[in-house]
Design a protein around this ligand. Structure first.
Ligand code: F3S
Length: 642
């Protein structure tokens, strides 16, 4: 039987398990990436594993999230990352070199390889046909140490793109259409594989916009074939030798097939506060806008920003709008400077930010209170912008640029004649902002400023967990809710005890205090608990506050793994109706005496006097991780045993 793209890559990297959807598989990892907000923890964990040098083909440490130098903390982190990269054989991408996913796509992503990244938008590299998966920093550390990556074999959904986009409609509108159809839960346990005749009409950066926002579907990853378009892109980056053709077999099978007629799409927008709250710009109407932000790992490529520049050329940003633009990489920035497009942007009134995540992670440019921001980013969760009551709309660069001129949400088709921007035959390649590691890093001294705190480690669970429900949440709790992003919090990412003080701050400001007073606690959640980023701080902070278990209706994939890796039991209600029978403050006992080998575990609500069942769904390996007190302890035990 023929294989799809996903099966082809996984079978070539399979270390354990069978490629049956839902079954645990382990794959060999070729490349890893980290960014600074998750990287410090990942490298502390790598260091604790006691290996002299990374065992991957290529590992890159990017600094892109926390580049605002507001205090010594960020500088401490950057020095630590630079020195530890040199010691362990990791390429260091300096602040200013660009956003990890954009830069990785340009310089390192290779078709047919596996990439594990400590960032949820790692699937961006699926735009060149890599199997690129986001994971917690600890799992990335294990991969750097040569260990395989374990995950449940996803089902593969095929999305057939037919025809060609109409003028003023872009790749962002394709992924917004997929989000509209599948929702933020629709990709959980799935990989989205793109195909169809429309694929050939999309450039690699356009494909990468689509695979990037597959993360918002909850998908394990998304992937495009590697074809002539991919070859041309890699050749233009001076990497023709990295190209291999990668196509699905003609008789490949899929769990589900979705067809999208590209010609029928129109400019779309995701309304507050979820990426799947999608409507046509035309239907939403001309709402007044305070800010337009263009950039992020979703839409900051050369062609994205050239389209914006072409729209702004000879026009003025509306006086009521603040337009901020962050190029995705130094390469993109330089191209805009060299060809004069930067001048067009500045003349129109755009504010140019450095090549980094910036406002996407709440690092500056928070919208005004109650304001409206139109962004080319991938997430519009409430509060992520840095302003709790701001309304954030996600849209294409074309919609964003038209909006910046008019001062209200605008359909770019009103601008008139279409613009035609194509990729150049060659990009200006300059790897001068990478620091490549020395052959022998054994003498490198790791720089550890006061912001680099020791790694907190979990304890193995008790046989009978008895603890109060510290917090009961609704559905779709994000990692931003659990461990907030933004300028106030990012500098604390290497200092877990300090960061933990802010856990769930926007949901319940008393959470950290009450959890610490209780000594240990349980969280009860709704559907899709932990969606959003890969940050393991969303598990580390609750762990640090004594949280032993989260009982939810369902979990987001990466967060569930992070909970296991830090020794917190992720449990789902056997009967979701039991969720309604529990209140915050109730005292629960979770009975592990029968062992994790049982499919169902009894939980007693001591306060209300009833017992209900929960499921852990843990593989034997994950059970062993929980019993060892987390993945780091487990990995060390395994290393000793071997
Ligand atoms: Fe950075 Fe935002 Fe992407 S934080 S990695 S630009 S999702």
């Amino acid at each position: 039987m023929g294989q799809n793209l996903v099966q082809k890559i996984i079978s070539q990297h399979l270390v354990a398990g069978k490629m049956v959807p839902g079954e645990e598989v382990a794959i060999r990892i070729d490349q890893t990436l980290t960014q600074d907000a998750t990287g410090t923890m990942a490298y502390l964990q790598l260091e604790a594993m006691g290996i002299p040098r990374v065992r991957t083909k290529l590992s890159v440490s990017y600094v892109d999230h926390n580049t605002l130098q507001t205090g010594f903390e960020n500088a401490d982190d950057h020095l630590f990352l630079q020195s530890i990269a040199a010691k362990y054989g990791i390429i260091f991408s300096r602040p200013g070199n660009g956003i990890c996913h954009q830069v990785h796509l340009e310089r390192f992503a290779v078709p047919g390889t596996t990439l594990l990244g400590a960032d949820s938008h790692t699937p961006t590299a699926g735009g060149v046909g890599a199997l690129a998966i986001g994971a917690g920093g600890l799992e990335v550390a294990v991969a750097m140490a040569g260990g395989p990556f374990y995950f449940n074999m996803p089902a593969v959904i095929r999305v057939n793109l037919h025809g060609r986009l109409s003028p003023w409609v872009s790749a962002k509108d394709i992924i917004l259409e997929v989000l509209r159809r599948l929702t933020v839960k629709g990709g959980v346990g799935k990989i989205i594989e793109y195909g169809g005749d429309g694929v050939a009409t999309l450039s690699v950066p356009e494909r990468a916009t689509i695979t990037n926002m597959g993360a918002e579907l909850g998908a394990t990853t998304s992937i495009f074939p590697s074809d002539k378009v991919t070859r041309a892109f890699l050749a233009a980056q001076g990497r023709a030798d990295d190209w291999v053709e990668l196509l699905p077999d003609a008789d490949a099978t899929y769990e589900q097939v979705i067809d999208i007629d590209l010609g029928s799409l129109e400019p779309l927008v995701a309304r507050p506060h979820m990426p799947d709250n999608v409507a046509a710009v035309r239907e939403v109407g001309p709402i007044k806008v305070n800010q337009v932000a263009i950039g992020s790992c979703t839409n900051s490529s050369y062609t994205d920003l050239m389209r914006v520049a072409a729209i702004l050329k000879g026009r003025r940003v509306h006086p009521d709008v603040s337009l901020v633009i962050a190029p995705g990489s130094r390469q993109v920035f330089r191209m805009l400077a060299d060809n004069g497009a930067l001048s067009d942007l500045v003349t129109a009134g755009a504010r140019i930010l450095e090549c980094a995540c910036g406002p996407c992670i709440g690092m500056g440019q928070a919208p005004p209170s109650g304001g409206v921001s139109v962004r080319t980013f991938n997430r519009n969760f409430q509060g992520r912008s840095g302003t709790a009551d701001a309304l954030v709309y996600l849209a294409s660069p074309e919609v964003a640029a038209a909006t910046a001129i008019n001062g209200y949400l605008s359909d770019p088709r009103e601008l008139g004649d279409p613009i035609n921007i194509t990729l150049p035959a060659s990009f200006p390649v300059d790897d001068g902002m990478f620091i490549f590691p020395p052959e022998d890093g054994s003498q490198v001294e790791i720089r550890r400023g006061p912001n680099i705190k020791p790694l907190p480690l979990p304890q193995p669970p008790e046989q009978l967990i008895e603890a109060p429900v510290i917090l009961k949440t609704g559905d779709n709790i994000t990692t931003d809710h659990i461990s907030p992003a933004g300028a106030k919090y990012l500098p604390l990412r290497s200092n877990i005890p300090a960061l933990a003080e802010h856990a769930f701050e926007g949901v319940d400001p008393t959470f950290a205090r009450r959890a610490k007073e209780a000594g240990q606690g349980i969280i009860v959640g709704g559907q899709n608990y932990g969606q959003g980023s890969s940050r393991e701080h969303a598990a580390l902070c609750p762990m640090c506050l004594g949280i032993k278990a989260v009982i939810a209706k369902s979990f987001a994939r990466i967060h569930r793994s992070n909970l296991v890796n830090f020794g917190i039991l992720p449990l789902t209600f056997a009967d979701p109706a039991d969720y309604d029978r529990i209140a915050a403050g109730d005292r629960l006992t979770i009975d592990l005496r029968a062992g994790l080998g049982q499919e169902e575990i009894a939980v007693t609500n001591v306060t209300r006097g009833f017992t209900f069942k929960v499921r852990h769904g843990l593989s034997p390996r994950q059970q062993a991780i929980i019993l060892a007190g987390g993945l780091l302890n487990y990995t060390r035990q395994q290393a000793k045993g071997n």
